[in-house]
Design a protein. Structure first.
Length: 270
């Protein structure tokens, strides 16, 4: 259904959305305008399905993207999800039930959009690194929209002749530095929430000038008290590789929420 709707939308129909994204960006990578148009077409196609079925939230999981090569769809839904988040609709690419639930509670209880990500733990610097090519740019911390660039998708198919990858994403979003962050996720079948907190830091100060081009397009480094304690919980088979980062120290209200709904809280830093 999504692919059929995508193919029915013309470039001219999608161009106003794409132009608005480009106008709001600090910079746009040269040559990827066609990828931005495809992302806008995906946004309009998803939104039509969402309105028809009266759906919220919107979560897409096809390895984060639609690569139906035979159907001519080779772009990511990242920009589309960012646009839903601008509208106050929880949207996430490459999302699962547990991270989608955390986003829903983060938005409807605390009024903050959340950054769903893959993560790794740097025990040498007591930092947990949170990385993804899809992210909100608004309502994360304070008022207004954070600055962003538009770049190609780091896991998109590389084209030697064109010199860029498939897909277009909001990149290098200027996450706030020196503010509290809660890393959490729901496990509804086990009736538990995993959680730890830390403080955001400047990745370039810690890791150097190549920081913007390492792995995913958006990265949030979080300073914690004891990274070695946290890495002890890092079992991908049991806990998955994705978590949800919401700005603010939400430990107390999340524990209150867990009590209210009959969940256990697993505090990874305690």
């Amino acid at each position: 259904d999504l692919i059929e709707r995508f193919k029915a939308i013309s470039d001219d129909d999608a161009r106003p959305v794409a132009d608005a994204w480009k106008a709001g960006a600090v910079s746009v990578q040269e040559g990827i305008e066609g990828e931005i148009i495809k992302s806008a077409k995906l946004y309009l196609a998803i939104d039509a399905i969402r309105e028809e079925h009266e759906l919220e939230p919107v979560a897409v999981m096809v390895n984060g993207e639609y690569r139906a090569l035979d159907e001519g769809v080779t772009t990511t839904t990242s920009l589309a999800m960012t646009q839903f988040q601008r509208r106050g609709i929880v949207g996430s690419y490459q999302s699962y039930t547990g991270t989608t639930l955390a986003q829903l509670f983060g938005w409807h209880l605390f009024g903050r959009m959340s950054f769903v990500h893959d993560d790794v733990v740097d025990i040498a610097n007591n930092i947990t690194l949170h990385m993804h090519c899809g992210t909100p740019v608004n309502n994360l911390w304070g008022e207004g929209e954070l600055s962003y660039k538009i770049r190609d998708y780091t896991t998109g198919k590389w084209d030697e002749e064109r010199g860029y990858r498939d897909g277009a994403v909001p990149a290098e979003v200027a996450f706030p530095v020196g503010v509290p962050v809660t890393i959490w996720k729901f496990f509804p079948m086990q009736r538990k929430i995993t959680l730890y907190t830390g403080t955001s830091v400047d990745g370039e100060e810690v890791y150097g000038p190549t920081w913007p081009d390492i792995i995913c397009r958006n990265k949030l480094p979080v300073k914690v008290e004891d990274a070695e304690r946290i890495i002890g919980w890092h079992d991908v088979l049991e806990y998955g590789c994705h978590r949800c980062a919401t700005f603010g120290d939400l430990r107390k209200p999340v524990k209150q929420l867990a009590t209210l709904i009959g969940f256990e809280v697993e505090e990874w830093d305690r």
